[in-house]
Design a protein around this ligand. Structure first.
Ligand code: F6P
Length: 328
C-alpha cells in the first residue's frame, strides 16, 4: 500500500451545518497520523484553480461551532467535464497530494465517483448535506441542525396559524427527498407532510383534506417537500389547489428557503461530523478508496460511493404511519 503523506480536503455543493466540525476532524486526525493537510477552497473549483492552503491544527481552531464552511463551497460545472477533472488531477500531482476527502451531498459524491474511476488517487466521501439523501448512512452532516431549524420555525408559524384559523403550507428543502418534510412534520406536530416518496402527491393532498382537515382543529400545518413530481409541486402549488377546490379554507404559504442551511450546528451534527472526519483518515490508512464513510446503527460503515449516490434511500413506512396517526 502506498504511504500517504499529504491529503486534501474540500467541501462541495450546498453548505451544511457541521461541515466545519468535519474539516476540523479530518485535519486533526491526519496531522495526528503524521500526514500533511491541504485545504481546498470552493470545492472542485478550487482543485481546478489550485486554491490550496496548507492546514495546521490551528487553521481549524474555534470552528466546531460555526455554520457554513470555512473552505467555502461551489457547484462546479467544470469538474463534470473530463478536461476539468484532468486539470484537477494534474494540480494534485503537482502539489504532491496523495488522497482526497470530499465532504458533500449527492452531486458532490457523484463527482468524486467519476474522479476516482479515472485516476489512481484514493477518494473518500463524507456525507455532508441537509437533505439526508445518501444511501447507507442513517443520517448526514447538517440534517439534524436543519431539522431543528425547521421545527423552531414551524412552532412560530403555529402561533399565527392558530390565531387566524388558517391552513399553512410550509415548504422545506430536501431536493428530491422528503426526510426533512416528514420528520419535521412529526416533530412539530403538523397535520400532514407531502413528500415525493409517499404515493402520488395529488393523493396526499386529497387524503389530508379528506381526513377532515379542521373539523376538530381550528388550524392546520402541512409540511411540503420542495421536490417536484410530474412537473409540479411545492407549497404554492398545493395552496393554489386548495384555494380553488376548497375556497372555504383560509390558506397561507411559507417557504423557509436557505435559512434551513445556516446556523450553529447541533451537538448531534458536531459529533457525527467529528466521528466521520476521524473515520475518513482511518479508512485511508486501511487502504480504503472510492467509498463514503457513514454511520449505521451507531457504527461507522463504508459504503461504495457508487451505491451511496443512487437516490434510493427509503423513508420508513413507520414514519408515515406515525404522522398519520398522531395528527388525527
Ligand atoms: O442540497 C442541499 C440543498 O439545500 C437542497 O435542499 C436544495 O434543493 C438545494 O441545495 C438548493 O441549492 P442552492 O443553494 O444552489 O439554491
Amino acid at each position: 500500500m502506498r504511504e500517504l503523506k499529504k491529503v486534501a480536503v474540500l467541501t462541495s455543493g450546498g453548505d451544511a451545518p457541521g461541515m466545519n466540525a468535519c474539516i476540523r476532524a479530518v485535519t486533526r486526525s491526519a496531522i495526528f497520523n503524521h500526514m500533511e493537510v491541504v485545504g481546498v477552497y470552493r470545492g472542485y473549483e478550487g482543485l481546478i484553480n489550485e486554491e490550496f492552503q496548507k492546514f495546521t491544527s490551528s487553521s481549524v481552531s474555534n470552528t466546531i461551532q460555526r455554520g457554513g464552511t470555512i473552505l467555502k463551497t461551489a457547484r462546479s460545472k467544470a469538474f463534470m467535464t473530463p478536461e476539468g477533472r484532468k486539470t484537477a488531477h494534474d494540480n494534485m500531482v503537482k502539489n504532491g497530494i496523495d488522497a482526497l476527502i470530499v465532504i458533500g451531498g449527492n452531486g458532490s459524491l457523484t463527482g468524486a465517483q467519476l474522479f476516482a474511476r479515472e485516476y489512481d488517487i484514493p477518494v473518500i466521501g463524507l456525507p455532508g448535506t441537509i437533505d439526508n439523501d445518501l444511501y447507507g448512512t442513517d443520517t448526514t452532516i447538517g440534517y439534524d441542525t436543519a431539522l431543528n431549524t425547521i421545527v423552531e420555525c414551524v412552532d412560530k408559524i403555529r402561533d399565527t396559524a392558530n390565531s387566524h384559523d388558517r391552513i399553512f403550507f410550509v415548504e422545506v428543502m430536501g431536493r428530491d427527498a422528503g426526510f426533512l418534510a416528514q420528520n419535521s412534520a412529526i416533530a412539530s406536530g403538523a397535520e400532514a407532510a407531502i413528500i415525493p416518496e409517499d404515493k402520488t402527491d395529488v393523493d396526499q393532498l386529497a387524503e389530508f383534506i379528506g381526513r377532515g382537515v379542521r373539523k376538530s382543529k381550528n388550524s392546520s400545518i402541512v409540511l411540503v417537500s420542495e421536490a417536484q413530481k410530474d412537473g409540479h409541486g411545492g407549497a404554492m402549488y398545493y395552496a393554489d389547489r386548495v384555494r380553488k377546490e376548497y375556497p372555504q379554507y383560509d390558506v397561507r404559504v411559507t417557504i423557509l428557503g436557505h435559512l434551513q442551511r445556516g446556523g450553529i450546528p447541533t451537538a448531534a451534527d458536531r459529533i457525527l461530523a467529528s466521528r466521520l472526519g476521524y473515520a475518513s483518515i482511518e479508512a485511508l490508512m486501511e487502504g480504503q478508496r472510492n467509498i463514503m464513510v457513514g454511520v449505521s446503527n451507531d457504527e461507522i460503515v463504508y459504503v461504495p460511493i457508487q451505491r451511496a449516490i443512487k437516490w434510493d434511500k427509503p423513508i420508513k413506512k413507520e414514519l408515515i404511519d406515525v404522522l398519520a396517526v398522531l395528527s388525527l
